[in-house]
Design a protein around this ligand. Structure first.
Ligand code: SF4
Length: 496
């Protein structure tokens, strides 16, 4: 058999196999509106119930490709939304608001916890089974410029989902799309136009029309007005409110614009580094925020009254990296009310008033009543962290705290470290900084203890050289390690 013939036979065999497979596996069909409506819905079930939801992104893998470090974008988030209401999700950039919205919709795989939609646990469903819920849960994107295909007309964009999910019979699609456009404030002549012919506000209306055309029950609005002018923002917000009232829609409204959140939502959830800091009714939270982070955040809301003096709370420092969040309360590095407990005990998420949840030790009686005991636990915890840290750089943060809490224990640690490590450090390359820092600390040390350690170090050096230990006057004049000639350091760096 010639080569050519052989390849043709193999190719025909593969084609035949593919055709057989196609026959065996019918295309997954998109469920119709009627099929979706048939799904039983428990009457008292909230439309959305999120419990201990987690989404971690791997940022480092080992040799075998197994993730070893994670960015905890959403970490143990819980909340409930009733039908026909709106919940606002607020927080600084990078706090996990957008990831939360996308994880609820299962656009990202869930790493822990549950998402219940109308009583159905979505976490257990396969992606094919999720089709049933795709029309009932929709997303309005932040950027109306990049979220619309420039090659499709407005009519095609809005009707795409309607046709795919068989929302109305095929012959009624055109009229139905025109009706949705009218509802969203888009004129019928826009049907055949392309997105580039519209302003930002009109584009966002197209995005809203596209989401609402499939008759959703839950809409996740991901910063829907942040890319728009202020006057257009008001139009879009009013449109969303009208549509909510008309169709009993439920919104998860993600935004960093607190004035908008105050206007449109029934409850507010404040997020920081993937955790919920505070959750409660919008009026209550705006009237009396409890969490120090919420207080700082809400103090920035402008007051439309020139006679009212604003008491801005300016937070110090940047938001820490979610890849390496602080231990204990994640907000403790920027909190002006930080206590020792906050540095090593993660605050619980407690209901401090009816329907008002706060994750802060200031509202935890158990922590407040045990403050002396907790100080002792903190010192023990610091010692454990110092012992566990692999590098000196990793220990320094805890050593500074140990010195603040218990200077005596810090001095004892420093003496032991100098006596134990000084000779080792002399021979290790790349440890110049560590040695220099230990010597600086020695210079700061209390006089008597410093003299004892210096004498001990000098004695060891002298015994190594085979000479007598110097007298005490000589010890005081012994050159510090960082005053060694350059040549000595060069020798150390080469490890020779
Ligand atoms: S737990 Fe402590 S650090 Fe965190 S917000 Fe409350 S007071 Fe501040």
């Amino acid at each position: 058999m010639s080569n050519n013939k052989f390849f043709q036979t193999v190719k025909s065999l593969f084609t035949k196999k593919k055709d057989q497979d196609k026959e065996r596996e019918p295309e997954p069909s998109v469920p119709s509106r009627e099929e979706i409506a048939e799904a039983p819905v428990p009457e008292d079930a909230p439309i959305l119930k999120v419990e201990h939801l987690k989404k971690y992104f791997p940022i480092a893998r080992n040799f075998f490709g197994k993730p070893i470090r994670f960015l905890r974008a959403v970490d143990d988030v819980s909340f409930t939304v009733e039908r026909g209401t709106a919940i606002g999700v607020v927080g600084e950039s990078g706090c996990g608001k957008t990831t939360l919205g996308r994880t609820i919709l299962r656009l990202y795989d869930i790493d822990g916890g549950t998402v219940q939609f109308c009583g159905e646990d979505l976490t257990k469903l396969k992606q094919s089974a999720m089709q049933k819920y795709r029309t009932r849960m929709q997303l309005i994107f932040q950027d109306p410029y990049s979220s619309l295909s420039p090659r499709m007309t407005v009519g095609a964009i809005i009707s795409e989902g309607v046709r795919a999910h068989k929302i109305v019979p095929r012959e009624q699609v055109h009229d139905y799309v025109l009706e949705v456009m009218r509802k969203c404030g888009l004129q019928p002549q826009y049907y055949d136009r392309y997105p580039h012919e519209f302003s930002g506000g009109q584009r966002q209306r197209i995005c809203i029309a596209r989401a609402l055309a499939v008759k959703p029950e839950l809409v996740i609005c991901d910063e829907p007005v942040s890319a728009l002018d202020v006057s257009i923002q008001a139009q879009i917000i009013n449109l969303l409110k009208e549509l909510q009232a008309a169709d009993s829609l439920t919104y998860v409204f993600i935004s960093h614009d607190l004035s908008v959140v105050k206007y449109i939502t029934d409850q507010v959830m404040v997020m920081y580094l993937g955790n919920v800091m505070e959750l409660g009714a919008t009026e209550k939270i705006f009237a009396e925020p409890l969490h120090p982070y919420t207080k700082a955040l809400f103090s920035a809301v402008p007051v439309p009254n020139p006679d009212v003096k604003m008491n801005r709370i300016i937070l110090e420092g940047d938001i820490p990296s979610p890849a390496n969040p602080p231990k204990g309360c994640k907000f403790h590095t920027r909190c002006s009310s930080c206590m020792n407990a906050c540095r090593f005990i993660q605050p619980g998420y407690n209901e401090v008033r009816e329907g008002h949840f706060v994750a802060c030790h200031l509202y935890d009686e158990n922590i407040l009543s045990r403050s002396a005991e907790i100080d002792g636990e903190y010192v023990v915890w610091l010692q454990e962290q110092i012992a566990a840290a692999k590098s000196y750089a990793g220990k320094r943060e805890y050593l500074a705290e140990l010195e603040r809490m218990r200077p005596d224990l810090y001095t004892a640690w420093l003496s032991a470290a100098l006596l134990k490590r000084e000779s080792v450090l002399d021979h290790l390359p790349g440890r110049k900084k560590e040695r220099a820092h230990l010597m600086e600390e020695l210079a700061r040390m209390d006089g008597e203890e410093a003299d004892r350690v210096t004498a001990e170090l000098a004695a060891r050096k002298a015994s190594k050289k085979g000479s007598k230990p110097p007298e005490s006057e000589d010890v005081a004049e012994a050159p510090a390690e960082d005053e060694k000639p350059d040549d000595a350091d060069k020798t150390d760096d080469r490890g020779e």
